[in-house]
Design a protein around this ligand. Structure first.
Ligand code: SF4
Length: 167
């Protein structure tokens, strides 16, 4: 398999949250699916923006919203809160970058239905360089035979791997 094809939007997200979590996800060590945060996320995903939502899955991308507006393709990501907005932006920029490589120029939008907020996201040259670096670093990370040691961060208390890391 092409090494870059092993990188996907979920890994970009976890790489920016916690490298250990990205390693665990990439090695198919799945977190507790009954974790309430996972459930809430799924509920919002299913119930919000139902009319405009058109989820698209291709290869290493799973885009929540994909639509055409005034001749322009708009892709969107639904998030339950803006708490990790900066990370959500990287995930969306990654999708925009991957689409661009396939010849599809898209603008991005982040949607926070619980907060009734929407934010536009664009892709710069600096972002493209940064994303290339992230992809390279993720490939290096997933080829490590052991996960990085856990480091306590704010995200740990809501992480489905918390028991695995800290019990
Ligand atoms: S519990 Fe903390 S250290 Fe462990 S995977 Fe989750 S975020 Fe990373």
């Amino acid at each position: 398999m092409d090494e870059e094809a092993r990188v996907n939007g979920t890994l970009i997200w976890y790489y920016n949250v916690c490298k250990r979590e990205a390693w665990l996800m990439s090695h198919s060590i799945t977190p507790d699916e009954s974790d309430s945060n996972v459930e809430i996320g799924r509920f919002i995903h299913e119930k919000s923006y139902k009319r405009e939502m058109k989820e698209v899955s291709t290869g290493n991308m799973k885009i929540d919203i994909f639509r055409k507006e005034h001749g322009q393709i708009v892709i969107g990501e639904l998030k339950k809160s803006s708490k990790f907005k900066n990370i959500a932006i990287w995930q969306l920029k990654y999708y925009m970058y991957e689409l661009e490589k396939e010849g599809v120029k898209a603008t991005g939008e982040l949607l926070f239905p619980e907060e009734k907020r929407k934010e536009s996201v664009s892709l710069t040259d600096e972002d493209r360089i940064n994303l290339n670096n992230q992809i390279r670093e993720i490939i290096k990370l997933i080829y490590q035979s052991e996960p990085p040691e856990p480091i306590k961060i704010a995200f740990c208390k809501n992480c489905a791997y918390a028991e695995f890391c800290w019990a």
